[in-house]
Design a protein around this ligand. Sequence first.
Ligand code: HEC
Length: 144
Amino acid sequence: MTRIVMFAALVLALAIGVWVVQLPDDKLGNGPEVSSTTGEAIVAVIVPELSGKAALGANAFDGLCAGCHGANAGGIEGKGPPLIHKIYEPGHHGDFAFVRATQQGVRSHHWSFGDMPPVSGATDADIEAIIAYIRTVQRANDIY
Ligand code: HEC
C-alpha cells in the first residue's frame, strides 16, 4: 500500500515538474522582453522610416489589425500578440501565414488570447501591403 502511494506521489511530482519547466517556452518563445500590465504594448517596437508599399501597409494595418495586434504590431496585453516577435520571423511564419490568417482566421496555438477571427474588408492589395509593412518593421527590430 505505501509503495503504491509513494509511486503515485513520484509520478505526480514528475508531471508537475515537466509542466512547470515547459510552460514559459511553449507560450512565448524567445522574443523581445514581454511586459505584463493589461492594455499596454507587449513589446517596445523600434519604428523605422516607412515609404511606398510599407507606408500603405501601415495605414491598412492600423485600420484592420492594430485593434488586436497593437500600435506598430507591438501587441496589446489582454487583446492580441505582437507580430514584431521572433515567432513571426519569415522562417517560422512565411508571408502566406498572413494571407491565411486574414482570410481564414487563426486557431489559438502560440498564445492565450483566443482565436483570431477572419478579417472582413481586407483586399489582396491590403494584405500584400501589410506584409511589406510587418517585414520592414521586423527587420528594424532584428527579426529576420
Ligand atoms: C480580433 C482580434 C484580431 C484581429 C482584428 C487580427 N488578429 Fe491576427 N491574431 C489574433 C490573435 C489572438 C492571434 C494569435 C493566435 C495564437 O494564439 O496563435 C493572431 C495571430 C495572427 C497571425 C499568426 C498566424 C499563425 O499562423 O500563427 C498573423 C500572421 C496575424 N494574426 C495577422 C493579422 C493581420 C494581418 C490582421 C489584420 C488584417 C490581424 N491579424 C487582425 C487576433 C487578431
